[in-house]
Design a protein around this ligand. Structure first.
Ligand code: PLP
Length: 433
């Protein structure tokens, strides 16, 4: 076992004055205990006991360039010396808005805020104002944030809880949530166009917006079936409901132009977060000009920290690096990610373990299951989560840090040598299980 004494001491201390010892409930899943980190560089993260990790958590998604990319550090340092926040306008926010609108097909106009949850909340309000309707359609296994009308059916555990297909019941995700929080939410299985079509025939005239991750990343990595997103697009247009792509994970990760660029389907509205500022707290919502025109003329959206110049300087540098040579860095990330996926599969086969890996490289998912493919959220129920937790613990003990649920993020800083060392660790861990 690696020595994590100092982390354990800090963990004990933290629980006295920091609620549950962490700043986000998601981090409570970490085993053997939440670790404390001192610094990160490139693909590597270092804990307070001096242990080094190849980091595939990537701060739960943002670190598309890895830790402390020199161009980003320089841009942020330059801006810090010029002031921390102005509560007023500045040139970098104009530049970043222009760059994002040039890169993301659906975005004519954007607004900046601080988290993906907030940005999705703003879009729900905007869609309701634009359409004069109240219902939001969402999909089982997708995560859109932790707010009352968002944390619904993101991770139901059984059919008993979630109800029978094709029309599940909404499942609330938190104690203290308003009992009627899901009153305006309609939940569907993802990748089932027939169910969507039937629901919209019945309810379309009440549906303000349909929100989807264009690639399911939270409930396992699942690509849309051919025609599924196109079907959502057509039916939303027919019913005059707005289609929202939640690209908080996939934006600037799946591709320079987002999953919408990769898959060739353009929504009405989009949320970006995570990778857009490589670790600085920025989210973006935006879309068609005629919808976004309502922001500032009737639809309230505010925030003391919105458009913070340090965060925007980070986004500006991140976007410059990512868009260099027409996004050439994505080819490199995809190639390293593909090597990693192939390596995990080979190591599992050699160890006689049934491990399924799905992904596109920059983001991938691994499960312990006999299934040959995962195509719906409910397929996750046939996978062994407890075994994965043991595997993840064994990996971290060998210097490979991954997300406990099974998701892995590959960044521009990861190399083939990182992959080689990772696959070695994966092989050793699996042989012990
Ligand atoms: C797809 C998606 N949407 C929204 C969110 C919420 O973003 P945030 O944690 O910044 O509030 C997340 C967070 O992981 C996400 O994965």
């Amino acid at each position: 076992m690696r020595d994590i004494t100092r982390s354990e001491q800090l963990w004990t201390r933290a629980r006295k004055h920091l609620a549950a010892g962490v700043s986000s409930n998601i981090r409570l899943q970490e085993r053997p205990a939440p670790l404390y980190f001192s610094h990160g560089k490139g693909s590597r993260l270092f804990d307070v006991d001096g242990n080094e990790y190849i980091d595939y958590v990537a701060a739960y998604g943002p670190l598309i360039l890895g830790h402390s990319h020199p161009e980003l550090v320089e841009a942020v340092q330059r801006q810090v010396a010029l002031g921390q926040t102005y509560g007023g306008q500045h040139e970098i926010e104009v530049e970043v808005a222009e760059k994002i609108c040039a890169l993301v097909p659906a975005m004519d106009v954007v607004r900046f805020c601080g988290s993906g949850s907030e940005a999705n909340h703003a879009l729900f309000r905007l869609a309701r104002a634009y359409t004069g309707r109240t219902k939001i359609v969402r999909f089982e296994g997708h995560y859109h944030g932790w707010l009352d009308d968002q944390i619904i059916s993101d991770h139901p555990h059984s059919e008993e809880e979630a109800g029978a297909l094709p029309f599940p019941q909404p499942v609330l995700g938190s104690k203290g949530q308003l009992p009627h929080a899901a009153g305006e939410t309609l939940v569907l299985p993802w990748n089932d166009l027939d169910a969507f079509s039937r629901l919209m025939e019945r309810e379309g005239q009440n549906v303000a917006a349909v929100i989807t991750e264009p690639i399911m990343c939270n409930g396992g990595f699942i690509l849309p079936k051919p025609g599924f997103l196109e079907g959502l697009r057509d039916i939303c247009t027919r019913e005059s409901s707005l289609l929202i792509f939640d690209e908080v994970i996939t934006g600037f990760r799946a591709d320079l132009h987002g999953a919408q660029g990769l898959l060739g389907v353009t929504p009405d509205l989009v949320t970006l977060g995570k990778a857009v500022a490589n670790g600085f707290p920025l989210s973006v919502f935006g879309g068609r000009r005629d919808t976004m025109d309502l922001v500032g003329s009737g639809v309230m959206h505010g925030g003391t920290y919105n458009g913070n110049p340090i965060t925007l300087a980070a986004a500006n540098a991140t976007l410059d690096v990512l868009s260099r040579d027409n996004g050439a860095v994505y080819e490199q990330i995809r190639a390293v990610g593909r090597s990693l996926m192939a390596g995990i599969r080979q190591a599992a086969q050699a160890a006689g373990q049934s491990v399924l890996v799905q992904g596109i490289g920059p983001v991938l998912f691994a499960w312990f299951t006999d299934l040959s493919e995962i195509t719906t959220f409910r397929d996750n129920w046939a996978c062994d989560e407890d075994k994965y937790a043991v595997f993840q613990g064994k990996l971290i003990n060998r210097g490979v840090r991954t997300i406990p649920s099974g998701r892995w993020y590959v960044s521009a800083a990861h190399t083939e040598e990182d992959v080689r060392q990772t696959v070695d660790a994966v092989g050793q861990a699996l042989k012990e299980m």
